[in-house]
Design a protein around this ligand. Structure first.
Ligand SMILES: [Zn+2]
Length: 456
């Protein structure tokens, strides 16, 4: 009944463009999937982004190249109103020569580490004893007496029993984000953080961290899971072992970079916007393929496919390639601020930033009506094994657009392997599957079609 009522209201409001039937929508969605699977260009676009440009941390020359690449690509597709939106971003660089090893029983054991993004560098080589903890409560219990002058190893693994790997990440995250500040309160010399991955391997995974204003800034590095476990075992045999650390990272003056924007104009409500996007920046190791090259090329593919199929859009569809998600979210914040200041009406925004894996559905940050309407679309996605339509977190870049009326959707791909690659040298083009990437793009394009066509 509710659906019928909504349909009637909707029918009355769109004039010439009548509500489509289930069969018509089904056919259109089939056409969208066929277009992307037969003629999709997102995989080739991802190859260029990963192989010709590669890692592209905010502030870097590679991020400038990625911005130029994105703008040229949107222009080549013939999208409208292609432009850059200036964004101030931090400029942090890893620098040269980072390393870490421990010495025990007269033997040197190298460990694979990498500075966490935003860490201060080491003013000289640090050699110190190591104290291992799994929680901030353990730090407090040990107190300054047992921590001062030492390197703190945060070694709490991601919980392998959680099916939602994002939740497992969230459960271990505070060690990386906040560990240096907490350890610094007790006089630690530096921190090592067990890499946030389920994989037991030798790749360190970087990621953002920050310092509280009231603490001394101490160096912070990620250590591979294999080496965190080795160090932990060695500490049991030899609690006085010494660890040697050097990080060459530094922070420079903030820089101006940009979000990249392009559009397919709407024919009925051109002043209402639907955004699809991901983030163009990545961490500085690997190639930023899953995080978030995949979301970038999928978002572009959405416009390409809808344009190729000549799908009539009532609202203006925007692709936004956000800058600086990884270490600031200044791209997302700037976009939303400008939208507010200029009185833009965002009907919906959809983000892909959870890896280029097989799509499972969407999470919605929105009101009850939007949620009820979204659930009615589930049968249309059944042929594609896309079945998850839930409330939940949408995406970091589009988050600042949150208000009472804009519906925010996050694409939910299968997340079991995401953290194997996330923020590490394993996040490369070769680890993204072409079909899975394309299915994600087709799924977003189908959602855009339904949001625009059926709405709420
Ligand atoms: Zn990301």
């Amino acid at each position: 009944m509710k659906q019928l009522l909504l349909s009637l209201i909707f029918f009355g409001s769109v004039g010439a463009m009548a509500q489509t039937t289930f069969e018509e929508d089904s056919t259109m969605i089939r056409n969208i999937y066929s277009e992307v699977l037969a003629h999709g260009e997102c995989h080739e676009n991802l190859r260029v982004l990963c192989k010709d440009i590669g890692a592209r941390l905010s502030g870097s020359a590679e991020a400038d190249q990625a911005i130029a690449w994105g703008k040229a690509l949107l222009e080549n597709y013939g999208f409208q109103n292609v432009h850059l939106q200036e964004v101030e971003v931090p400029h942090w660089v890893r620098g040269e020569g980072e390393y870490g090893y421990f010495e025990s029983a007269g033997e040197r054991h190298p460990t694979n580490i990498c500075a966490l993004g935003g860490s201060v560098g080491c003013s000289g080589v640090i050699t110190a004893e190591v104290v291992e903890v799994k929680t901030f409560e353990e730090l407090e219990a040990l107190g300054r007496e047992r921590i001062e002058g030492k390197i703190v190893l945060f070694n709490r693994p991601m919980d392998p029993l959680l099916i939602n790997t994002g939740a497992a990440y969230g459960g271990a995250y505070n060690q990386r984000g906040q560990g240096a500040s907490e350890a610094s309160r007790y006089g630690a010399a530096a921190v090592l953080v067990r890499s946030l991955t389920h994989a037991l391997d030798t790749f360190p995974h970087t990621g953002g961290m920050h310092y509280d204003d009231d603490v001394e800034r101490i160096p912070a590095a990620a250590i591979s899971t294999v080496h965190a476990s080795e160090l932990s075992e060695a500490l049991k045999r030899d609690p006085k072992l010494r660890y040697t650390l050097y990080l060459g990272c530094q922070r420079f003056e903030d820089k101006m970079q940009a979000n990249v924007i392009g559009e397919l104009p709407g024919s009925v409500y051109p002043e209402e916007y639907i955004v699809v996007g991901g983030h163009l920046d990545s961490w500085d190791i690997g190639e930023g393929a899953h995080d978030d090259g995949a979301g970038i090329v999928q978002s572009i593919e959405v416009l390409r496919a809808l344009q190729a199929l000549d799908v009539p859009l009532k609202r203006t569809l925007r692709v936004v390639l956000y800058i600086n998600e990884e270490n600031g979210n200044n791209g997302g914040e700037t976009y939303a601020r400008v939208a507010r200041e200029t009185g833009m009406n965002h009907y919906a925004a959809i983000e892909s930033d959870a890896g280029g894996f097989t799509p499972r559905g969407f999470r919605l940050q929105g009101n009850d009506e939007q949620y009820e309407v979204m659930k009615t679309w589930q049968p249309l996605f059944e042929p594609y094994n896309v079945h998850l339509f839930k409330r939940g977190f949408s995406g970091v870049d589009i988050g600042p657009l949150k208000n009472d009326t804009t519906a925010l959707f996050g694409l939910v791909p299968d997340g079991q392997r995401y953290f194997d690659y996330h923020h590490s040298n394993r996040d490369t083009f070769e680890n993204v599957n072409k079909r899975e990437l394309e299915l994600g793009a087709a799924t977003i394009a189908s959602l855009v079609y339904l949001v625009d066509r059926r709405g709420w």
